[in-house]
Write a protein that binds this ligand. Sequence first.
Ligand code: MG
Ligand code: MG
Length: 249
Amino acid sequence: MITIKTDSQIACMRKANQIVRDTLNLLRDHTKAGVSTWELNILAHEYILSQNAKPSFLHYNGFPASICVSVDCEVVHGIPSKRKILQEGQIVSYDCGAIYEGWHGDAARTVGVGLISPECQQLIDVTEQCFFKGVQSIVAGETRLGDLGHVIQSYAESFGYGVVRELVGHGIGREMHEDPEVPNFGIAGHGMRLSEGMTIAIEPMINMGTARVDWMEDGWTVKTKDRKPSAHYENTVAITSHGVEILSL
Ligand code: MG
Ligand code: MG
């Protein structure tokens, strides 16, 4: 079911998303070679609690940590671990969610560890641009989900990148995952229209190589099938009468 939010509900979601944004900035600032992904998880967990919010990923369908940390060929849902130590030249995707007064925020960023290759930097930049090109294309009451997906897909594919099909964006509000599904691919003119009061998480997951992915035996981690790097960029947005507001920026 798609839920339409009032201005005051969107204001609550703004607060949740600002906490997520600040957590991601904190993670970015602590990204360096030698740090374990578990340390980063603790940092995020404690920050979210200090803001009177709850980390929504912790125990979600049994997930054992407060953030997802996905390195290099890991697309999403990487599990933080004391044995997973960041190394110079890697790229790391942080996905974070928080609940504040019953409302959800959800966002993700990919950053480099120290000096990274120009190829990896381009992948990160293009993934971010995919999000902004998608958002800029939205006209409330007109743009369809297929239009949005088509904008993101065609931009990513113009660089020869693969757009993950098995994982998509989503509606968000009182629940982290609400209807509708928001794919990063699509056919222009198809799908439901995005209308005022809808809040959705738009989250391109873009692979340097093949679009295809593998699920790991831990039941969570998703990797690219060719083990080439992948980047993830996500924000929660609200469709309003005065345009699209990015709540987690
Ligand atoms: Mg997310
Ligand atoms: Mg999401």
